[in-house]
Write a protein that binds this ligand. Sequence first.
Ligand code: PPE
Length: 304
Amino acid sequence: MPKENLIWMDGELLEESRATVPFLTTALHYGLGVFEGIRCYHTARGPAIFRLDEHMQRLVNSAKILGFRSLPYTAEELGQACKQVVKANGFEACYIRPLIYHTSAQRSMNIDAGVAKVGIAAWEWGAYLGDEALESGVRMHVSSFTRHHPNVMMTKAKVTGNYANSSLAKTESVRLGFDEAVMLDPQGFVAECSGENLFIVRDGVIYTPGTPTVLEGITRDALMELAAGLGHRVVETQISRDQLYIADECFVCGTAAEVVPVTEIDFRVIGSGKMGPITRAIQKEFFALVHGEHARSAEWLDYV
Ligand code: PPE
């Protein structure tokens, strides 16, 4: 039997097979959970978690947006628990998945009629869109599914229920033979992908959709700073579907996905059809950053 990963469940470290929740947990029935995805990277000084504080703050904010009035742990305690999970499992590099979920003795979907419980898992997760995608890029299409209207599902919150929308898009993409979906917002402008934010480059300027309808991605934020540091202008603006087609470069980013070039959208080749020079430079900076080899690393890495 291979060794089981340990999962932190409300303060206790349990083997994966014992880290279970009851069938009647309301989170499972109504999508009432909020989660994070965080990466811990191998560095010369041992494992380090990328932007742990920002992820914990977004987790607590997601819970607030969903309506939880109190949580059993502070952002700082949750951050400590993330470190504990990495340490307990002995990982050098891993993906960390905290989840705050609703459970109600009355089986009510009213947030106030239940309490928040917390679990934190971690596992070794390779390149999300495939090892080759980091260099060769991915093929995408514009999804037939629209991204959430911000007054229907809260787009700033990583609510588990929101991800049914991502799942519809992702499944459709893969069934059609693409790697990932570009999702448009309810107005018809480019929003984000099923689990990544998106950037295009045109005439040396970098553009990305503003945050009203998309997740405030932490990787997105880091890349905007790295790009500015490289001397590029970064503009947050509405992007139309056809502006994707005529971009010189396109790339997507996220905690799981990291920084991945997009070489084709809706059967149109993007730019040269290969990773562009600006994407390459930003990707290089990003990997230096997360591996502790960048001037900003000290500020953004939390050593386990
Ligand atoms: N948009 C969406 C919809 C999204 O889910 C993510 C993260 C991002 C943008 C990028 O955000 P950030 O990770 O803060 O840079 N998607 C997470 C879940 C992936 C999954 O398959 O599950 C992630 O990357 O952890």
